[in-house]
Design a protein around this ligand. Structure first.
Ligand SMILES: [Mn+2]
Length: 316
């Protein structure tokens, strides 16, 4: 028996985010679209498996409900949310997979919908930035992560994604932030290197000392009017709430703090989101995947309420 207001889950239906309709193409009326990037580069020495992330996030998302009680908004209905499934990656082939991801994102970004893309490991971000920056050349990035991913490494690997993005001028590093940085790293000078590329860095200590509201007010002020790409590595969270990530690092944000961060970003002009590094083989009780789904939900509420507000502003 289902509780009042809850839909029964059809076990035969395709697995989609929050049970949103599957669509091979994004309908013109859709204002947000979910896409999966089931790829990891397999380069971590021991923690493999984030290619399984999109499926796990979709599975856990079924626990959510579609209405936000604060705004009384049904996000699936308000946004015409659809799930277009996954990019056609080729496991073991980084270049071919990155081309497939860029092509997949290119079709999504050239619609009326904001692409909300689920990784995969950090290697998915560079091809996504290539696709999104083609439509939005003035792209700024807000990157929530324990790590800068702007390491001076060779190749299109995840830890060098923001080094490559700055080199290729896909984004404006001076208008881009790495927030949540912490923990031991493998070599000296990594934060200095990211700053030399032009990036603004906020460590976890700085974030919590200054306060989430104050830091994100400042980010919003600096990025007013600009198209913003949000890149969210689930290791931004503490491993106690998101154990299933590739490179866990203690002293991350709590679930409550992370949700506050997501809500603080709502009033920005977000044009695309990727949320990555859920690694189901390491994810006790699906916690990281469930939290990932909830973060996406918070962004959907932001898009839906901004959209409703702009519709109200239209002349009758
Ligand atoms: Mn990370």
């Amino acid at each position: 028996m289902s509780m009042a207001g809850e839909a029964l889950i059809d076990a035969a239906a395709p697995l989609t985010f929050m049970g949103a309709p599957f669509a091979a193409r994004v309908p013109p009326r859709s204002r947000a679209v979910i896409g999966g990037l089931p790829f990891d580069a397999g380069q971590h020495a021991s923690r493999l498996g984030s290619r399984l992330g999109p499926r796990s996030v979709r599975e856990q998302s079924i626990q959510l409900r579609t209405v936000d009680p604060d705004t009384d908004c049904d996000v699936v209905a308000a946004l015409g949310l659809v799930d277009v499934g996954d990019a056609r990656v080729q496991h073991g082939d980084l270049d071919a997979s990155q081309r497939a991801i860029a092509e997949f994102a290119g079709t999504l970004v050239n619609t009326n919908a904001v692409p909300m893309m689920i990784g995969g490991d950090g290697s998915v971000t560079l091809p996504l930035l290539r696709a999104v920056s083609r439509r939005y050349p003035e792209l700024a990035v807000v990157h929530l992560d324990a790590h800068t991913d702007a390491y001076p490494l060779v190749g299109n690997v995840g830890p060098a994604a923001f080094h490559r993005a700055a080199e290729a001028r896909l984004i404006d590093p001076k208008a881009s932030f790495h927030i949540g940085l912490r923990g031991p790293v493998s070599s000296r000078g990594l934060y200095a290197h990211a700053r030399q590329l032009g990036y603004q860095l906020v460590t976890i200590a700085q974030l919590l000392d200054r306060g989430i509201a104050a830091v994100f007010d400042e980010v919003r002020l600096q990025l007013a009017g600009r198209p913003v790409y949000v890149c969210w590595d689930m290791d931004f969270f503490d491993p106690s709430v998101a154990p299933g990530v590739i490179t866990p690092s203690w002293e991350g944000v709590t679930a409550r703090e992370g949700l506050q961060v997501a809500r603080s970003l709502r009033r920005m002009n977000i044009v695309a989101i990727d949320i990555n590094c859920v690694s189901p083989p390491h994810d006790a009780a699906g916690l990281a995947a469930f939290l990932c789904a909830r973060i996406i939900f918070e962004f959907l509420v932001g898009l839906a309420t901004a959209h409703q507000a702009s519709e109200r502003l239209q002349p009758p």
